[in-house]
Each structure stands twice: as C-alpha cells, then as structure tokens.
Design a protein around this ligand. Structure first.
Ligand code: IPE
Ligand code: IPE
Ligand code: MG
Length: 252
C-alpha cells in the first residue's frame, strides 16, 4: 500500500493551503527573449524564483512542493542549452543544499538520473542524504522525468517483484513503485508560461488535481502570483466524482 491513500478515494475538504503543489516552471526562454537576452539568462532568473517559491511554501505551510525542472523530452533542445541547464543544476545544488538543510527542507530528485553525468548524480545523492531527516517541507525536483517513464518503471519493478502473480493487479499494487509514492497526490498544479498542457509531467498523480494555468512567465512568478494561484484553488469545489449535495452533507 502507498503511504498515503489516493485523494481520489478520500474526500478532503479544500484546506486553506494546498498540502502538495506541483509546478511546471515554463517561460524562461520567452522571458529572456523579451529582454534581448540569451535563453540561459531566463533559466538563471528562474532559479532565483525557485528560491522564492521554496520560501513562500515554508511561510505558508505547504508540505510538498514538486517542481518540473527538466523533462525527458528536453534533451531535444540545442546541445548548448542542455549543457548550460546541467551546469545550472550543478551550481544550484552546490550553493543551495546547506541552506535547504538549515531551513528543514528535504530534497529529492525524481526521474531517470542515469543519463546525468556522474558528478551531478553524486551531488544529487549527497543532497538527498544530507537533508533526509528534514520534515518542514518536501521539495522534489523532477529532472529527466517523464510521466510515462514513471509509470513504466513502476510497472516493470512491480512485475519483477512478484513474477509468479499473473493478474488481478490493483492501482494500490502499483502506487508504491511510482516515483512520488512518498507523497499524497498534488492538490494544486500550476503551469506558468501560458501553455495549457501537462507535457508528460505527473500523469498518474494529477488525476484529480486542481489545475491552474497562468500566462505569467516563470521568472515573473513571484509570491504575489503564487498567492493568486492559491486563492483560485480555494474557490474550487473538489467533488472526486460526487455531487455538490453529497459534499454539503459530508462537511456539515
Ligand atoms: C522552462 O522554460 C524551463 C525548462 C524547460 C528547462 P523554457 O525554456 O521552456 O521557456 P520557453 O517556454 O521557451 O519560454
Ligand atoms: C515543460 O516545459 C517541462 C519543464 C518546464 C521542465 P517545455 O517548455 O519543455 O514544454 P513543451 O515542450 O512546451 O510542452
Ligand atoms: Mg517551454
């Protein structure tokens, strides 16, 4: 069984603050282009906004923050941009892990890390180990991550663990093998940059998540913008397949 039961089976009321926020940080390139700067300048600014977002989550009591930093499809970008993104990732880990640790943040990186260079893999492992005891905020970076990859690696590991079992598999059998098995499903999904698509992010886990799309580019997505997303979330009625009337009774 997964540590947390699926939000599609429970009936949580919309809390003042979403417990788990998942974000596609998009629009760095366009932000730079508008300023006649190279795309990487947008990524550099984007890292600053990650810092601000972590601070905002700590202040607001968000327990899980999951950020899509690099998709399995982003390798298709020009080699120079990919390599600059990797350098930024290394630099961010070198500079930020101690600060995260001091602030009680637990860092995890999900995705197929085998394609990253060994130095980056070591930094990731060390950052995860150093912060493993922290409980104030669970910060997860999705890197070389793809929702379909995640489901397939989970299926493969599940089948390998019980080769004698042929059928009758349940959702709950698969869930412990998914990369996000340690967390409840996201309550609020945010995508900046105007695109209204999931781009192979957490496909399994977003089944009943409230979706928020904003044209604001990621480097402009400051705390005030985050609060707008939370305010929008607070207006939603999460029914999980039920009717409004049923909800009124449950919460009465
Ligand atoms: C998101 O910004 C960051 C990554 C995908 C690494 P983009 O680089 O996709 O920015 P746009 O969409 O081109 O503006
Ligand atoms: C999605 O952004 C992935 C990340 C933000 C890491 P993209 O900019 O790569 O997405 P598409 O290609 O426009 O869907
Ligand atoms: Mg983009």
């Amino acid at each position: 069984m997964a540590l947390f039961s699926s939000s599609t089976r429970d009936l949580p009321s919309v809390a003042a603050v979403p417990g788990h926020v998942a974000v596609i940080m998009d629009g760095n390139g366009r932000w730079a282009k508008k300023r006649f700067l190279p795309r990487v300048a947008g990524h550099v600014k984007g890292v600053e906004l990650v810092r601000e977002m972590v601070r905002a989550c700590l202040e607001r009591g968000v327990q899980y923050l999951t950020l899509f930093a690099f998709s399995s499809e982003n390798w298709r970008r020009p080699q120079e941009e990919v390599s600059l993104l990797m350098q930024l990732f290394v630099k961010a880990l070198e500079q930020e892990v101690d600060k995260l640790d001091r602030n009680g943040v637990r860092l995890r990186v999900i995705g197929d890390l085998s394609r990253f260079d060994p130095h980056l893999q070591t930094l990731i492992r060390k950052g995860e180990e150093k912060t493993a005891g922290n409980t104030r905020l669970d910060l997860t970076i999705a890197a070389n991550y793809g929702g379909r990859w995640d489901i397939m690696q989970a299926v493969n590991r599940m089948l390998a663990d019980q080769p004698e079992k042929r059928d009758g598999w349940l959702e709950a059998d698969l869930e412990p093998y998914l990369s996000m098995s340690f967390a409840p499903e996201p309550d609020l999904f945010i995508r900046t940059g105007g695109e209204e698509r999931i781009s192979n992010f957490l496909l399994w886990q977003l089944a009943y998540t409230e979706l928020y799309f904003t044209p604001t580019l990621w480097p402009d997505f400051d705390t005030a913008e985050f609060d707008k997303a939370i305010a929008s979330y607070q207006q939603r009625e999460r029914r999980f397949g039920r009717t409004s009337e049923q909800l009124a009774k449950t919460h009465a």
